[in-house]
Design a protein around this ligand. Structure first.
Ligand SMILES: CC(C)(COP(=O)(O)OP(=O)(O)OC[C@H]1O[C@@H](n2cnc3c(N)ncnc32)[C@H](O)[C@@H]1OP(=O)(O)O)[C@@H](O)C(=O)NCCC(=O)NCCS
Length: 179
């Protein structure tokens, strides 16, 4: 019942996203515009793995994330199950303003990583659209066990979107090298 209601509501967002092929790359264009510096701008979503790593680095830095090496980011992206990049279109150029990726066994489980929206574009519903789109993609592949690791400052962002802390008392546990 929860997911039925959830996806009924998320249709509001996904219905504004259309699939189109662009040079055999998976490009999604959102028709809905947002405002940036008082002007409407067009948003472009892409699921293509050929991410510009330099732009990705800049996006991470914009939210204060420490970025690993370019080679490690490249490998992580190539080994991910799903990539979602969000660009804003400015005349003939596009700029990366959002990103998320998913790892998965492609049958049962998926984990969402690295959700980020550039600070200039936060608070306009874009983070929510990224999550809804990822959930739609995973549900369409019958992957229903979907988790993530929330920074302490964004727990309520995820819980508002239906993510549950410690379901049935299950705790996330980690191992880190001590030396
Ligand atoms: C977290 C993040 C992705 C949210 O993206 P966003 O585009 O600003 O969020 P949205 O505009 O889609 O917000 C959706 C809802 O969540 C709420 N929300 C946004 N950021 C929040 C936060 N940090 N804590 C709690 N609620 C938050 C919004 O108020 C909004 O509520 P509403 O639907 O009632 O209006 C973005 O702030 C970000 O990139 N932060 C830095 C990177 C980061 O911490 N990523 C998460 C790693 S686990």
């Amino acid at each position: 019942m929860f997911w039925k209601n959830f996806f009924k509501n998320s249709q509001l967002f996904t219905s504004s996203i259309s699939n189109s092929q662009n040079n055999n790359k998976k490009i999604l264009i959102i028709r809905q515009c947002i405002e940036y510096k008082g002007k409407p701008v067009q948003l472009v979503f892409s699921m293509d793995k050929s991410v510009n790593i330099r732009e990705y680095h800049q996006l991470c830095e914009s939210v204060g994330w420490e970025c690993p090496s370019i080679q490690k980011i490249y490998t992580a992206i190539q080994n991910s199950f799903l990539i979602l990049s969000l660009f804003y279109k400015k005349q003939e150029t596009i700029q990366l303003i959002g990103f998320a990726r998913v790892t998965s066994d492609q049958v049962f489980n998926a984990v969402i990583w690295d959700i980020v929206i550039h600070p200039n574009f936060q608070g306009q519903g874009l983070g929510k659209i990224l999550i809804y789109h990822i959930l739609d993609q995973l549900r369409s592949k019958n992957i229903v066990n979907i988790g993530l690791f929330a920074d302490a400052s964004v727990v309520s962002f995820y819980s508002n979107l239906g993510f549950i802390k410690d379901p049935n008392g299950i705790k996330g546990m980690f191992w880190f090298p001590v030396d």
